[in-house]
Design a protein around this ligand. Structure first.
Ligand SMILES: Cc1cc2nc3c(=O)[nH]c(=O)nc-3n(C[C@H](O)[C@H](O)[C@H](O)COP(=O)(O)O)c2cc1C
Length: 224
């Protein structure tokens, strides 16, 4: 059995999947484990929607339809345009993915197709959407709680041989997701998570993202 350190170290974003469906019992088990995630005052602000099959196909098509009609993606979770080192890391990530996918800077068509893939949840056979009641909008704690369960889902999925990609892009046309899932207007769509069996031959799955070394992100306030 994979221990927790192996799971944390081996989790990575999977952006190419085998078409095999993920059994509902497996998704249920993962979520049953993941709801053990901590939350401030045990408020458990997460609302979880599992989407597969035709509903997922409709959302994928709907998202692409929106893109094709020129609608700008509009996430419901607050977003800003990154600057400085954050922007640089975002750019570096895109460079690394495009290199693996053999997509050049000038190739607008391929870049568009890559973006569409993101809005199709990377063609994963299952997707989990995490939403949160809008009455919690001002609670930073609740946002943190969503992050906690998000990561826990991704780690738990590994036990079943599943890969995941946290996929903001998939919920950037909230009206499409609402249309096919019935998620109420009173809920904020926070994030999507693509779930499926990894296609290890898919080039972007070879990506090994880097991290700033621990010594550059940690401040030790210790006794002399
Ligand atoms: C909140 C959040 C949103 C993300 N949204 C996307 C997304 O829309 N598209 C995408 O390709 N990756 C997305 N990712 C995956 C990140 O790019 C990825 O986690 C990061 O590059 C580190 O790589 P790793 O997950 O392989 O360790 C998202 C990750 C997080 C945590």
């Amino acid at each position: 059995m994979m221990d927790i350190i192996d799971a944390i170290r081996s989790r990575k974003s999977i952006r190419g999947y085998k078409p095999d469906p993920v059994p509902e019992e497996v998704l249920r088990e993962i979520l049953d484990i993941a709801i053990r995630a901590p939350s401030a005052t045990n408020a458990q602000p997460w609302e979880i929607t599992v989407i597969t099959g035709e509903v997922l196909d409709n959302i994928k098509k709907g998202n692409i339809g929106m893109m094709n009609s020129g609608v700008t993606p509009h996430s419901e979770a607050p977003h800003i345009r990154f600057e400085g080192k954050y922007r640089q890391r975002q750019v570096d990530l895109a460079i690394d993915i495009f290199k693996l996918m053999d997509i050049t800077r000038e190739d607008k068509e391929q870049r568009l197709q890559w973006a569409q893939r993101g809005h199709r949840f990377f063609d994963a056979p299952a997707t989990i959407i995490l939403s949160m009641d809008k009455s919690l909008d001002e609670s930073a704690m609740s946002f943190l709680d969503i992050g906690a369960i998000m990561q826990t889902i991704c780690l738990a999925a590994l036990k079943y041989g599943l890969g995941t990609c946290i996929a903001d892009q998939g919920v950037m046309f909230p009206e499409v997701v609402r249309k096919y899932t019935g998620i109420s207007e009173s809920k904020r769509l926070m994030i999507g998570i693509a779930v499926g069996y990894p296609d290890w031959d898919f080039p972007a799955n070879k990506l090994e993202t880097t991290r700033e070394p621990v010594d550059s992100v940690v401040t030790w306030c210790s006794n002399p």
